[in-house]
Design a protein around this ligand. Structure first.
Ligand SMILES: C[S@@+](CC[C@H](N)C(=O)[O-])C[C@H]1O[C@@H](n2cnc3c(N)ncnc32)[C@H](O)[C@@H]1O
Length: 187
């Protein structure tokens, strides 16, 4: 089970009481960066590099794509997409600390001309130009987001999610990388 998946289970039990919430925070802190966000939906757990590779591979990214990572953390997915495929890529994160980290990671990466990071809410930022959308967000957030994805993204846009499903949307492909799953949908 991935760190985020186990943190989700911890988070579910955390909702049962404040004492568990303290436990969830310390358990997550052992697996990932310390929790710096006031909203529990903003938990940050980075996707391991081999899982990033699988996400980009399943989405069949090419240099002509525009990849958007919704909830981009330290920016590793947009930076990896641009480095590996020479495509344009964008990351969106609501937490300014994550945007600062992403911009620091972008500096000197060699793909500064291809990648941008935007501080904003995944429910509000423009996404219509994306041809590939990558996600590693809680299932209830994905469920809320999917209507927007369907309404605003072009037909043929690929959506890849690390670990979590989009409600009852049946993925076209699911692949396993060690203990993580990657799902692909094509609109
Ligand atoms: C589990 S981390 C994934 C980070 C990165 N995508 C990766 O896979 O390494 C989720 C990220 O989504 C961001 N996030 C959560 N809800 C968001 C929202 N409504 N709008 C923008 N970012 C959000 C969090 O701040 C966090 O950095």
């Amino acid at each position: 089970m991935s760190g985020f998946a186990s943190s989700l289970i911890t988070r579910r039990s955390a909702l049962a009481g404040a004492a568990s919430l303290i436990g969830a925070t310390s358990a997550l802190a052992q697996q990932a960066q310390p929790l710096q966000a006031p909203n529990p939906d903003w938990l940050y757990v980075p996707t391991p590099d081999d899982v990033v590779d699988k996400m980009l591979e399943l989405a069949n990214v090419t240099k002509d794509d525009i990849v958007i990572d919704l909830g981009s953390g330290d920016g590793r997915i947009p930076i990896a997409a641009a480095k590996r495929f020479g495509c344009r890529a964008r990351g969106v994160d609501i937490n300014p600390v994550r945007i600062e980290e992403a911009n620091a990671n972008l500096k000197g990466s060699g793909v500064e001309n291809l990648v941008t990071f935007v501080e904003g809410d995944v429910f509000l930022v423009p996404i219509a130009d994306a041809t590939v959308v990558t996600l590693y967000l809680f299932p209830h957030v994905l469920l809320k987001l999917r209507d927007r994805l369907k309404a605003e993204l072009k037909p043929g846009t690929r959506i890849v999610s690390h670990e979590f499903m989009m409600g009852d949307w049946e993925p076209k492909v699911t692949e396993q990388v060690r203990n993580a799953r990657v799902h692909l949908w094509t609109l």
